[in-house]
Design a protein around this ligand. Sequence first.
Ligand code: SAH
Length: 271
Amino acid sequence: MRRRELSNVVVVLNEPQNLVNIAGVVRAMRNMGLTRLRVVQPLEFDAYRITGIAHRCDDIVDSTLFFDTLPEALADCVYVVGTSARARTAQRNYGRPRELAAALVDRAAEGPVALVMGREDRGLSNEDLDLCNAVTIIPTDPDYSSLNLAQAFLVLAYEIFLAADGDEQDLPRSRRATEPATVGDMEETYRALEMGLHRLEFFKSRLPESVMRTLRTTLGRSEPELREARLFRAIGFEIYHYLNRTLGPLEETEQEGEPEAGPEDGDASHG
Ligand code: SAH
């Protein structure tokens, strides 16, 4: 992950009116690897209450810098992305979050870069947006484009995190139980299923060829592992043998195709 770039991303809250939103932003910063917060004229900023909502974020809150004006908060930044719930009339360099998150992270190699969030009731003013190199709008339902401040921030911080290769972390791997099934394994499975279905007299009113083809396309689509293929094989095998045991062999059975798989293959925990 590009930690150095993330550590150069500065989050700027311009005149936040609601402490709960500040806490929401702080918490999302922690989730997305961002640590530098600047706040311009907050209505209230109570570190104790903020960390009561944003647990284990004391370092972010304690290192928050306060400014009287937005230009002062951005003075050392080499690149600034503003945010808006809607397009304004003025000409701007608009971009979608993914594109501008990548630009932010790229420029963060050169120095501090900023993501600026506006106040809850009126967003960023035209003068505020004039300080930004680009402005991003999170796509939403056009009838209701204004997101909650902290929620909008989370979307943007997530994109920044991904742009800084945060998605290269390994996903938890599900234990791969066995090796994949081969064509040979699957042919045995289909043969066992066909035997079982035949013994059930399933094909009395259905065409074996078309039933078996549907089973092939369905199982083929799921790319079974060997363990899974063996389970289906055991199902066919058990049907066949159970009915033979209880009803006796089918009158007209041509027995030449008896499946080879033994019942021990049916244990799903095998492998
Ligand atoms: N009525 C204001 C809404 C401000 S919402 C307006 O029309 O601009 C408060 C802040 O949340 C915004 O300034 C912006 O930083 C962020 N925000 C809300 N919705 C957003 C969206 N769709 N795209 C990007 N940022 C958004």
